[in-house]
Design a protein around this ligand. Structure first.
Ligand code: Y39
Ligand code: FE
Ligand code: FE
Ligand code: FE
Length: 230
């Protein structure tokens, strides 16, 4: 490894690394693409926030292109079939909620759960990324905090009417995230990302978001640990 690499102990060109990267990179690319679609759908449902949501949608497409470049840079072909299947349950839940006009559920899935998942993954990835991917990811994670903030602000402003639906949506969707994380924990570890660190970052960011929205301490604990029986 050249001296300039961020993490001299990681060989970014080994077959093991590239194999794991083909799935993690695909997940991120697919996630960004789905986030783009989700914000476009939310823009249709929330005319008052349309301009802002379309801006967020555009950012997600930029993120996707950045991560495609990261894969190319390492000469990795992302396993998009794996990634689509990986997201399918959350994807279906979002689509069904949107069809039924359950916008609070859509916001919980995209702006709270998926954004927090992204923030945790990118924060933990940055210190172990190759130089090219690290610069891209540092730019992206700043945007993800803005996306999370959009969801927080909207849900905070509508807390009383949204509260019951948030609890149901959390119960239905948060366990999926722990399941998803477990599925890629070994691949993440090959990239230098520890599962414990991912869980910790997720819990902190998600708990803070729930508190900002208006849940009390006890509710935050109960909601953020839902389904975390790993
Ligand atoms: O809002 C966004 O940009 C989110 C779509 C991106 C999702 C990224 C999902 C990251 C999961 C990676 C798991 C690594 C262990
Ligand atoms: Fe993004
Ligand atoms: Fe985002
Ligand atoms: Fe380990």
């Amino acid at each position: 490894m050249p001296q300039l690499e961020a993490s001299p102990r990681i060989d970014f060109h080994s077959e093991d690394y590239k194999d794991a990267y083909s799935r993690i990179n695909a997940i991120v690319i697919e996630g960004e693409l789905e986030a783009n679609g989700n914000y476009k759908q939310l823009a249709e449902s929330l005319p008052e926030n349309q301009a802002e949501l379309l801006k967020l949608a555009k950012m997600e497409l930029r993120h996707m292109k950045g991560f495609q470049a990261c894969g190319k840079n390492l000469q990795v072909t992302p396993d998009m079939a794996f990634a689509r299947e990986f997201f399918s349950e959350l994807h279906n839940n979002f689509q069904q909620a949107w069809q039924e006009g359950r916008i609070v559920t859509c916001l919980l899935i995209q702006s709270l759960i998926i954004e927090t998942f992204a923030i945790a993954a990118y924060n933990i990835y940055i210190p172990v990324a190759d130089d090219f991917a690290r610069k891209i990811t540092e730019g992206v994670v700043k945007d993800e905090y803005l996306h999370l903030n959009f969801g927080e602000e909207w849900l905070k402003a509508n807390f009383e009417s949204a509260k019951a639906e948030l609890e149901v949506a959390n119960r239905e969707n948060l366990p999926l995230v722990w399941k998803m994380l477990n599925r890629v924990a070994i691949d993440a570890e090959v990239l230098g990302m520890e599962k414990d660190a991912l869980v910790e970052d997720f819990m902190i960011t998600y708990g803070e978001a729930l508190a900002n929205i208006g849940f009390n301490n006890r509710e935050v604990m109960r909601l953020s640990a839902q389904g975390l029986a790993v």
